[in-house]
Design a protein around this ligand. Structure first.
Ligand code: GRF
Length: 201
């Protein structure tokens, strides 16, 4: 049975694009809905290009509205791909262990409230860490705390800027997220990946 996937986005949607491109006609998972808190998110245009229905949340804190939309589209798995708001607790409770998030750092380090986008890469560089990477994890009620499903590592290079590091990490995100969704479709629920995805570039 095809796993029905909803993707929540707030921004440009490169992870959404990577996921859509990796799921061909016969894939065991299909993106059936893209949700955004922002009507101007570039990700919505990408979804439309792929013929995927898009909906904008008028109030992202309204759990009943979320649940109506997810149930209407018979969603099995919710993917947060650059979604920058907190998902309401009642949604997390109803979809427990069926919500995953991609984070541009090696959790549990460099995570938590306020740690998103460039703030993560700034903090990694400021810390002097020798490596960074991406994490896909289950979502629970606390930012970036849920069980880790997959991680991919990249080196931090001596002349790195936040932009350069972000670009290197993003390449890993684009491989990890589809891999986790495909593994979830095969298993019927999100499961940890046995291997990590490395990038040396
Ligand atoms: C990614 O780095 C993701 O890890 C973070 O926000 C960024 C979203 O990028 N949560 P995109 O919208 O998928 O291009």
């Amino acid at each position: 049975m095809t796993m029905r996937v909803a993707v929540a986005v707030s921004g440009r949607g490169s992870n959404l694009e990577a996921l859509l491109q990796s799921l061909g006609e016969d894939a065991p998972a299909r993106v059936v809905l893209v949700l955004s808190n922002r009507p101007d998110a570039g990700a919505l245009e990408r979804a439309r290009t792929h013929g995927v229905p898009t909906e904008v949340l008028p109030d992202p804190t309204d759990a009943a509205d979320w649940l109506d939309r997810l149930e209407h589209h018979r969603v099995d798995l919710l993917v947060l791909a650059g979604y920058l708001k907190l998902v309401p607790a009642a949604v997390i409770a109803r979809y427990r262990d069926r919500i995953v998030n991609v984070h541009p750092g090696l959790l549990p380090a460099f995570g938590g409230r306020g740690m998103y986008g460039h703030r993560v890469h700034d903090a990694v560089l400021a810390s002097g860490a020798r490596e960074s990477g991406a994490t896909v994890h289950l979502v629970d009620e606390v930012y970036d705390r849920g069980a880790i499903l997959a991680q991919g590592r990249v080196p931090v290079l001596p002349d790195d800027t936040p932009d350069r590091l972000a670009a290197r990490v993003l390449q890993v995100e684009h491989r990890l997220l589809p891999a986790v969704v495909l593994a979830a479709a095969a298993a019927g629920r999100p499961v940890p990946l046995p291997e990590t995805v490395e990038s040396a570039s």
